[in-house]
Write a protein that binds this ligand. Structure first.
Ligand SMILES: Cc1cc2nc3c(=O)[nH]c(=O)nc-3n(C[C@H](O)[C@H](O)[C@H](O)COP(=O)(O)OP(=O)(O)OC[C@H]3O[C@@H](n4cnc5c(N)ncnc54)[C@H](O)[C@@H]3O)c2cc1C
Length: 387
């Protein structure tokens, strides 16, 4: 891939999260030069799980990751929505036919395993650690980035994949994400000795007024991940995450008896304030683009944030491959293809909070597989590579 048929295209990516690493892997596969600049000095394990739906898994398969992904994931057979008080099933989405229907499974895994797997695709010199982007300047021909350590970098294109508090976004607009009114406790528990209801290969969502609780097995079934969401007026902490107390989770879900064995088994939990941004700022200029949470942070209630970042990465690569000699055109094509879909998923994620936190206690008379109803086809069948 060349710029004006003279020199190879060089892309700088700010942020080595799931979006940035997927983008680097996809660009390298397409023969496009890439360097990723990451502010942390080492990758850490935040001890949390992630669900990856077939719209994202299919794209990772195309990057040659099918076997490696299968080796660290649990293949989910269903998404089950239960009443928190009674435990009765309110809704059931079968994923038994997922591979036939969508060309890829629905996976449950740890974020650390996914991150490690993506990083392993890249030669060591592609990701530069300890590089916190502090400013971005753009001219007709190049884009430059300065880092907190006084160094800088120059590229033909710069992608801000630096998360919800994106510095690349901040270089264009001084806005702050808003607290959503929800905070979450996250726990990762040894599956050994837990009731089978927590270890079956499925995501279970316990719902009720002002709170919900999601759990699923990860790490090949050896661990169970949970995310307990509560409505909370304000998020006072400076940081977006802090240590939480297991007793607080037990208190918040005290009347949902079935959950007690799982919560009690957690030695530690972390507490996170969920933040959001309204869609407003354009994602692209002539030589920069935002991707992943930097472009479209969303509430985690459709389990699609990372999936949408993976879609962005593949769409950006397709756009730069197709229009590499005209970077502004490539970035416009990317934004046109991606923004309406990401905003639709953002909106759905916000609406799901209302569904999960409703006080409907009546189970469906005949809970039946919903996948057959086409209700999720638009989400799971989408091919982000086809611009
Ligand atoms: C409780 C919870 C559960 C979730 N569950 C799911 C799920 O099941 N499925 C799913 O698909 N999604 C889920 N998500 C959403 C998902 O975690 C995010 O959408 C995804 O991690 C975003 O990835 P990213 O790479 O865009 O951003 P990030 O993960 O935020 O990565 C950004 C990277 O940029 C780096 N960085 C930041 N600033 C700078 C700078 N100035 N210079 C250089 N580097 C910088 C950061 O250190 C980081 O490495 C969940 C989110 C939450 C909160």
């Amino acid at each position: 891939m060349t710029v004006g048929d003279t020199k190879p295209l060089e892309v700088a990516v700010v942020g080595a999260g799931i979006t940035g690493l997927t983008l680097a892997a996809a660009l390298r596969r397409a023969g496009i030069g890439v360097v990723v600049y990451e502010k942390t000095n080492a990758f850490g394990d935040i001890g949390a799980g992630i669900q990856l739906a077939p719209n994202a898994v299919r794209l990772l398969h195309r990057l040659g990751l099918a076997d490696a992904l299968a080796a660290v994931s649990v293949r989910s057979t269903a998404i089950e929505i239960r009443d928190g008080h009674t435990g009765r099933v309110r809704d059931l989405i079968s994923l038994d036919d997922c591979e036939n229907r969508y060309g890829a499974p629905y996976y449950l895994l740890t974020r650390f395993d996914l991150h490690t797997l993506l990083a392993s695709q890249l030669p060591n010199d592609v990701v530069q650690l300890g590089k916190a982007c502090v400013s971005v300047t753009e001219s007709d021909a190049v884009v430059q980035c300065r880092f907190a350590d006084g160094t800088g970098a120059e590229a033909d294109v710069l992608i801000g994949a630096d998360g919800i508090r994106s510095a690349v976004r901040g270089a264009r607009m001084d806005d702050r994400p808003d607290y959503s009114g929800y905070s979450v406790y996250r726990g990762l528990v040894d599956a050994n000795g837990l009731p089978i209801s927590f270890t079956e290969p499925r995501s279970v969502i316990w719902t009720g007024t002002d709170r919900h609780f999601v759990c699923y097995p990860v790490a090949g079934g050896r661990m169970v991940n949970f995310v307990a969401t509560v409505s909370a007026q304000a998020w006072g902490a400076e940081s977006w995450s802090e240590p939480g107390e297991v007793d607080d989770v037990l208190d918040a879900f005290a009347d949902w008896d079935s959950l007690r064995p799982l919560i009690e088994a957690a030695g530690t939990v972390t507490r996170w304030g969920l933040h959001v941004r309204e869609d407003g700022l354009d994602w692209t200029t002539d030589r920069t683009a935002l991707a992943g949470d930097a472009a479209h942070p969303m509430l985690p209630f459709t389990a699609q944030g990372a999936g949408q970042g993976i879609e962005d990465a593949v769409a950006l690569t397709a756009a730069l491959t197709r229009h590499g000699d005209n970077v502004p055109l490539a970035l416009q094509a990317y934004e046109q293809a991606r923004r309406p879909r990401a905003v639709k998923v953002q909106t759905l994620s916000r609406d799901m909070a209302r569904t999960f936190h409703s006080n409907a206690t009546e189970p469906q008379q005949h809970p039946e597989a919903r996948l057959a109803s086409d209700s999720l086809d638009w989400l799971f069948n989408h091919d982000a590579e086809a611009l």
